[in-house]
Write a protein that binds this ligand. Structure first.
Ligand code: B1M
Length: 210
């Protein structure tokens, strides 16, 4: 069942994925297993094939669409651990980077944990982050980066917060495949999380409500 879901992601079968995920849920599979062993496993294989030049951008985009369709079905089920009122998170993918599937998954977990989330989308400049912090006054700023080449944009954004005199107003949480705890420490972020579930847990710790 999970292999079929992963295959549907790999082949970008948007219509099929909804039926398969629904079927898995009906049969009692856990959301965690559908995510990890189905959708994410499929996307990891896509990444491997992309790197090996066996898949190209148009096919990867279809896979991304299929993954998102599956995620949309799981999204309401990721809720339930938090209850409302944990605080506000402004989040975005950093400048130069248009990957958003991981960010969207993190958002689902944050919302599930009771956070209000303002999503700035992708390719978000440091200035845009600064403006959003001033406007929204969130407790947490979340940044996602999937490209090694856009990692420095996280650092630039933290520097922009310092320059604007608002660094102390928010806790900064960072994540994405090339991000590590050591990198997060080196740029002065307050937290790092390797995946969506731990992202929500970290966010709760950062606002002092674990
Ligand atoms: Co691109 N891409 N891509 N891509 N892509 C990667 C990231 C890559 C690893 C593929 C590879 O070479 N194997 C590689 C990056 C190498 C590197 O720099 N280290 C790469 C590249 C090179 C590129 C292009 C440069 C390719 C090109 O054009 N030559 C280009 C860059 C475009 C740009 O951004 N400027 C590009 C384009 C694309 C598509 C547009 C085709 C598409 C994106 C579609 C979309 O997002 N809407 C795409 C995709 C789909 C991928 C792969 C295959 C899948 C990414 C994904 O969605 N994973 C990816 C290979 C891979 O990761 N296996 C790849 C599933 C997702 C659930 O995981 O995003 O890691 P992830 O998110 C996780 C965690 O990282 C974490 O939690 C999430 C959930 O568990 N997390 C956070 C993420 N953000 C977080 C924030 C947090 C906390 C945790 O707190 C705030």
């Amino acid at each position: 069942m999970f292999t079929e879901i992963a295959e549907a992601v790999i082949h970008g079968e948007v219509d099929k994925i909804t039926a398969l995920v629904q079927q898995a849920l009906n049969s009692g599979a856990s959301v965690h297993d559908i995510l990890e062993q189905g959708l994410i496993a499929g996307m990891n294989e896509v990444g491997q094939r992309f790197r090996d030049y066996e898949m190209f951008v148009p096919e990867v985009l279809l896979s991304a669409k299929a993954m998102q369709a599956g995620l949309n079905l799981l999204k309401p089920l990721l809720a339930g651990t938090g209850g409302p009122g944990r605080g506000k998170v402004v989040i975005g993918t950093v400048e130069g980077d248009i990957h958003d599937i991981g960010k969207n998954l993190v958002i689902s977990f944050l919302e599930g944990a009771g956070f209000e989330v303002i999503d700035l989308g992708t390719d978000v400049s440091p200035q845009r982050f600064v403006e959003a912090i001033k406007q929204e006054a969130p407790q947490i700023l979340g940044m996602s980066s999937l490209l090694t080449s856009t990692l420095p944009a996280m650092h630039k954004t933290i520097e922009a917060l310092i320059e604007a005199g608002i660094r102390h107003q928010v806790k900064v949480l960072v994540g994405g495949a090339p991000v590590t705890q050591a990198y997060a420490d080196s740029i002065g972020a307050d937290g790092y999380a390797p995946d969506g579930a731990s992202g929500a847990m970290k966010a709760r710790q950062l606002v002092g409500r674990p």
